[in-house]
Structure formats: C-alpha cells, structure tokens
Design a protein around this ligand. Structure first.
Ligand SMILES: Cc1cc2nc3c(=O)[nH]c(=O)nc-3n(C[C@H](O)[C@H](O)[C@H](O)COP(=O)(O)O)c2cc1C
Length: 389
C-alpha cells in the first residue's frame, strides 16, 4: 500500500475534489414535513459531515409531490423547499463534506406507509387520519405487488411533463447549494419501472426493446444534465440486476451505463433489485460486498467511475475494493447509522497519521491532547523515563 490509503486520497470529480472516497449512501428518513427537510435531517446528515465523510447524500427526494412514497418522504418539488435544504448544504460544506442530492420518483410505489408498516398501501382508514391515498403512475398499469392498487399508465405527453419535473427539481437542487446530483434509477422506482420488462409492457417508443425501455431514463438524464452545470458531478444509481427472474441483468446495465456516459454521467452507483419480490430490494445473496462485482464490471466495460455499495463495513474491505480498481468511491449506509464517525476509525485503522483532523477542530484538539497524554503515560514511556534516571 502507498503512503496514503486510497480511501483517504482526495478524488477529483468533474470540477470538485472530495476530501476522501467515503460516501454516505442516501437513506430515507420518513421525517419530512410537506416534503421539506426538518431539524431531523440537519442533525442526521450533519453528524456524517462531522464524522469525516467525503460526500454526504440526502435521501431519495421526490421531483413532484405525487412521486413520494409516503407522506413523510422528502421532496424538492416546490420553491419553498430551496431555503430549507440550503441550511443543510451550508452546514455540510462548512464541515468539509460535499453536499449531494438524490432525486427520485417512486412511480407505482407511491401512496403507502413507512417501512415499519411494510409499505402497506394507504387506505380509506388512513384518509380519515389525514393521509389521503393518491394514484401512483408508471410505465404500465401493473401493480408493484399483489394486493397493491394498479398505477396509472403515463401517456406520452405526461412522460414529457414528468421529465420536465426532473429538470425543475435539478434547478432547485442547484439553487439549494448541492454540488452532486444523483438520479435514482434503481430499486424499482419510476426510472427502473421503465427499464424493466417486468414493469414496462408499453408498445410505444418508451417500451419494447432495450432501447425503448431506456428512453425515459436517458431523457431524464439529458434534462437533468442540461440543468446541472458541467463542473458538478452527475451520478446515476442503477439496479445492476433485478434480482428476480433475471429480467434485467449485467449486460443491460453495461449498455445503459455506456449511454449514460455519452450523456455526461460521471459516476454510476451499482445497487440491485427492487422491481419485484420483497420490497427490501435485492434478491442476490447478501454477503459482504455483494454488489462490488457490478461496480467493477461497469467501470471496466462502460469506462466511467463507479461507486460500490452494499455491506461494505470494514476499512480494509473498502480499501481493497479501491486498490483492486473495482470502484472509485465507497458508499455506506447502515454502518454509518451504527457509527457516524466510521471514516475517522477507518483512517486510524489504515494508518493515516492525522486521522483526527477528519473531525472538527473543536473535537480534534481535545482528542489529540488526550493522545499525547496517553503516549506520555503509557507503561512503555514511563518505563523508559525511569530507566534514564
Ligand atoms: C434506512 C435506509 C434508507 C434507505 N434509503 C435509500 C434511498 O433513499 N435511496 C437509495 O438509493 N437507497 C436507499 N437505501 C439503500 C442504501 O443507500 C444502501 O444502498 C443499502 O442500505 C446497502 O448499503 P449498506 O449495506 O451499507 O447499508 C436505504 C437504506 C437504508 C438502510
């Protein structure tokens, strides 16, 4: 290994430099109010910046009101949201992290309760408590699972309107002070619904063969890229494999990634699953680093940067992925919920001498002092001093 581990070597991304390659993966919090972020988000995301992450992603954030999954989901579909996010982006940047936004549209997975209700579709009972159900939209009128209501199939004119919503959301994201934008094209949400033959049975230009099913994803990408400055990185999250039935596989993902590259996408984040089967996404074996091979293949065959995610929890594991050239960035989700200071611990484990400098000075000064005291008072140091006497 070289002097500085790759995980803590700054990375140039379009016109920006991330202080390290640790990414806080987007995590829905179901704590938004009328789409807007709350104090919860400032504290939740802020602590990852204080813990030294290079890039901090906000959760999937809806490009239009009906694109939310639940009433607690985040959105950036109204200008009033801009200043609410600005408070968060200022905080993240002031503490050394790149503020990043994931834009999404739940499509047919709309109008349900949070995960702890197993995403149960809203009913008239919820309506009585103020949570009125609404219609999801999708490529085709196919329910996301048995017993769920069928979504409304989007007409061609409506597809254009949804693409326009993505563009407007990208402009608001820019105004809110974000430096990275990720298009959520994974996990069975609207973009993925168009990609997958399991959810897309259209016979017009937006369905049929791979080129037809990719059309919506690519139009969204073009609209967002046109609104998002070249100097700011654009990410795209894919479900590299559907998981169930093999309807979308790695060969499709490589074709898509090449198209994304020509449209100015800088990084592809490789996740999996979500279009069918259990709502909790991938139906691939959940072993450590279970999606790294997807990131590796996209990086090698589509020629763009990739972000690996999924059960990466150990510093050496993350460093090995980078050293082997399997990905350029490492995203963590649940491990950071467990330990928001993971980057500091990882830097120490990988031998970064000034690892405490990942923390804010108000913490680092005290901890460095404590280390000095420990060094002086360690049994070895005390023994050496008494030998000299
Ligand atoms: C609480 C929670 C919320 C999540 N929300 C999102 C989300 O908004 N967008 C997304 O792309 N993935 C989301 N995910 C998936 C994670 O970003 C990540 O891909 C997945 O948890 C695997 O990484 P891990 O093993 O490090 O947790 C969520 C995961 C968790 C645990």
């Amino acid at each position: 290994m070289g002097d500085t581990p790759l995980l803590f070597t700054p990375l140039r991304l379009a016109g920006l430099t991330a202080r390290n390659r640790v990414v806080v993966s987007p995590m829905c919090q179901y704590s938004s109010e009328r789409g807007g972020p709350t104090d919860w988000h400032l504290v939740h995301l802020g602590k990852f910046a204080l813990g030294g992450a290079g890039i901090v992603f906000c959760e999937e954030t809806a490009v239009e009101e009906r694109a939310r999954k639940t009433y607690g989901c985040a959105g950036i579909y109204d200008d009033r949201h801009i200043s609410m996010y600005r408070r968060i982006t200022d905080f993240l940047r002031n503490h050394g992290s790149i503020p990043a936004m994931q834009l999404g549209h739940s499509g047919r997975k709309a109008s349900c309760g949070p995960p702890w209700t197993n995403f149960t579709p809203l009913t008239t009972k919820d309506a009585k408590e103020g949570r009125v159900p609404w219609h999801g939209v999708s490529a085709s009128a196919i329910p996301p699972r048995e017993g769920a209501p069928a979504p409304v199939e989007l007409s061609t004119a409506e597809i254009k309107m949804v693409v326009a919503r993505w563009r407007e959301a990208a402009l608001r994201t820019l105004e809110a002070g974000f430096d990275i934008l990720e298009i959520h094209g994974a996990h069975g949400y609207l973009v993925h619904q168009f990609l997958s033959p399991l959810a897309n049975r259209r016979t017009d230009a937006y369905g049929g063969d791979l080129a037809g099913r990719m059309r919506f994803a690519l139009e969204v990408t073009e609209a967002v890229r046109a609104a998002w400055p070249r100097g700011k990185p654009l990410f795209f999250r894919v479900s590299a494999v559907d998981g169930d039935g093999g309807a979308w596989g790695m060969d499709d993902t490589v074709v898509l990634a090449r198209e994304l590259r020509t449209r100015g996408v800088d990084v592809v984040t490789c996740s999996s699953g979500g279009i069918s089967g259990p709502l909790n996404m991938a139906i691939v074996p959940r072993v450590p680093g279970y999606q790294v091979l997807y990131a590796e293949r996209v990086r090698r065959e589509a020629g763009l940067m990739t972000c690996a995610v999924g059960l990466i929890t150990e510093a050496r594991q993350a460093e090995d992925v980078l050293q082997r050239g399997q990905a350029d960035l490492i995203a963590l989700a649940r491990e950071l919920l467990y330990n928001p200071n993971w980057p500091v611990h990882a830097a120490r484990e990988l031998g970064v001498p000034d690892y405490l400098d990942l923390l804010p000075p108000a913490y680092a000064w005290w901890l460095k002092r404590r280390e000095k005291i420990r060094e002086i008072s360690s049994p070895a140091a005390v023994g050496a001093a008494s030998d000299k006497r």
